[in-house]
Design a protein around this ligand. Sequence first.
Ligand code: SAM
Length: 261
Amino acid sequence: MTSPIKFSNGATYERFMGIWSQKVGHAFLDWLAPPEGAHWLDVGCGNGAFTELLVERCSPSAIEGIDPSGPQLAFAQERPALRSAVFQQGDAMALPYADNSVDAAVMPLVIFFVPDPALGVTEMVRVVRAGGSVSAYAWDMPGGGFPYALLQSALRECGVEVPVPPSAQVSSLASLTALWSAAGLQEVATHTITVERTFADFEDYWTTVQGGPSVSGALASLGAEAAGALQSTVRARLPVADDGSITLSARANAVKGRVPV
Ligand SMILES: C[S@@+](CC[C@H](N)C(=O)[O-])C[C@H]1O[C@@H](n2cnc3c(N)ncnc32)[C@H](O)[C@@H]1O
């Protein structure tokens, strides 16, 4: 099954998810502690939110990114930090790279979008050299860790169908461990990352979610009256501070392993 969630705008993605992506990406790199100077492949690089962190923090010798979305890649290519990165359009399940051609492959916030996650992991193992690193992190969808889970619940209560990624269940720690072990990776380890983000006020939150690939269609399908009622429900449930700001937390599960030597 392919995902009904379409990534068609790199700029609105940046505001909706890119900010979250970089927050969790920093914590992920703290845990992964990769060596500098590696040749990286960012699978499902999207608009380059995490690719940018790799350049800033890991001084890669080379960096490549692949994603099926043209608009996401166009945004990635415009990031000043990513001028030397090489991007191409493609799918995690059929990586257009030679065997043993990179030192490290990573799937940041992507594995739940891959229809056959096991094939995606096998492909990363194929292109990473012996001794290299294969890693990923994903919102803990089954455990309610998605940053906009509260909004999604409110939409569903209104009877609106909210699309879910095709492999949402794969992001539990147990599933990630099983996938990495089944792919023959060694030194498999997992880690849970919790991050927070503050929206200036409800307006900031509401305009941000309008651009979200997983909720914008659902929001647009509501009539004016239902949209107003939903807005009131969501506002009442959000943790609005005295100064009007809203701080939300989200949780991701990370996994890493090493290609056998
Ligand atoms: C939530 S975004 C993550 C983007 C980026 N990695 C980040 O951390 O911000 C998910 C990305 O997965 C991509 N994607 C969806 N299906 C894919 C597939 N089968 N293979 C590779 N990437 C895929 C989407 O186009 C989108 O850019």
